[in-house]
Design a protein around this ligand. Sequence first.
Ligand code: ATP
Length: 453
Amino acid sequence: MNKSLETQGMEKIVSLCKRRGFIFQSSEIYGGLNGCWDYGPFGVELKRNLKNYWWRVMVQERDDIVGMDGSILMNRAVWKASGHEDTFSDPMVDCRTCKARLRADQVVDKKGVKQCPNCGAKDLTEPRAFNLMFKTYVGATEDESSVTYLRPETAQAIFVQFKNVLEISRKKLPFGIAQIGKAFRNEINPRNFTFRSREFEQMELEYFCRAEEGKKWLDYWLEQRLKFYENIGISRDTLHVHEIPDEERAFYSKGTYDIEFDFPFGRQELEGVAYRTDFDLSQHQKASGKSLEYFDEDTKQKFIPHVVEPSAGVDRTVLALICDAYGEDEAPDEKGKMEKRVVLRFHPRIAPVKCGVFPLLKNNERLVAKAKEIADLLRPHMNIFYDEGGAIGRRYRRQDEIGTPFAVTVDFETLGEKEVALKDTVTLRDRDNMKQERFKISELIQLISARIA
Ligand code: ATP
């Protein structure tokens, strides 16, 4: 785990996220809504960069994958066929003393006696299945015929549109359909900040293949997904692969890996990579009566393809990115005295702001005008932050805390007031080593763009 988070890890993260506008409690002024979170100005940029990068490498840079965007509300029949209506549940226990509702696996077992982890009482109900789907009604009447659910995963929309996408994309096996979108689960105990939320986003790929190649693609996707995390800056040594043993896997799965990350609250799942065989398509074919088969033009055979599913959580990955990037070190203040610095060392590719732009002094019109000119020059190429308020060291510190990798400062050299040769050059500060180097303004776009691509 990240050394700087060994003590009070999550407190530091939650407080930084609120202070710097990454993540707020939903409906905060009304006391919040448990399990729901709002992303503020920097959080939304970070999240977008993550989703855009996933989409780029999973869809746009590949010839074998296409995207789709399904609706959140679907025909209830989808959830009956997929098994969610009957089995998407957690066993749950009520404490009769303090009325806490607990997941059965959270009950404390002291020498064979079950106890409430909240109040210590031993008066608990037997475990009962609690369906995690949010129920709602479509249309004006609230009766059984109008019931449906907010989707608990994005994958089912892909399965039920399999035939349409196959036909219009004219893809041959193996090929995949990818989707990013909201999912909802009425988790019994939302906790660990955004890690277990009731409303969250998923990035899912369903990669269809021939039965005999399922295992091969499972291993291939595990490797691809590990590389993905490294490419967004999460170091391999904080990631762990947990192979789910036979007895814990869904009966239809022929292999599942969880990719786990060392969060401050422990090692937990970021993504599941599962070989789901032909279970989902077969279920929908049976229930809908519509063929979801693939026709192999070479062998003239018709069959239901198998599928490998890498399913990642956007919010969990954002949280992992923040926890992994968090650092504390020391930097000199205005008078050269060392003070504590909090820094988010995001990979430049996913950092919410790419470059800070500062005039050295706020009250010098020429410095301000030049800095604004540079801000306008960079803006079409990257997300920048123009800041003229406070001492320059303070401004650097503010950018360090939101993880901005670069900062450009316009000083008197830029104006050509000190040395003619330095006219139209600026200092470019590196967030990680805090070193400043001079570059020509005309070089900036290329220099920074190469690092954030
Ligand atoms: P867990 O065991 O942690 O509840 P899961 O195995 O039920 O997760 P999946 O159904 O495999 O999760 O969902 C795929 C991914 O969606 C997870 O790896 C996770 O990143 C994300 N996810 C699932 N549930 C939540 C949640 N309540 N809050 C945030 N992200 C979630």
